[in-house]
Design a protein around this ligand. Sequence first.
Ligand code: SF4
Ligand code: SF4
Length: 107
Amino acid sequence: MPEKIFYCRGCGACCRWPGIVRARSGEIPAIAEYLQIAEEEFRERFTTLAPDRKSLIFTDRPDGACIFLTEDNRCQIHPVKPLQCRTFPDGWTVPPEFRQQCQGEYR
Ligand code: SF4
Ligand code: SF4
């Protein structure tokens, strides 16, 4: 039987959950280029130092959502979003209370 594939419905719930989104140094050039800004400007406008000081992380919106989540629940940097986002949810252990909020499904 073929392995089931996860289909995201783009509800944006996971982009509002508490937690950090790392912007690893190797991922920053492509994101800055996509946004058509310099890497330094990208770091200043959209990132802050992670609590563990191991990397930069994306800044939160005032309501706690990722700064790149748009008003219509889209990822503003979808084609170049970090590996952390591209491997969600298969690459992550998601607590049941959050998993229930996800509208995606395996088919
Ligand atoms: S980068 Fe995009 S996919 Fe990742 S948390 Fe932010 S809005 Fe969501
Ligand atoms: S919560 Fe699930 S369905 Fe909604 S955007 Fe995230 S992965 Fe997609």
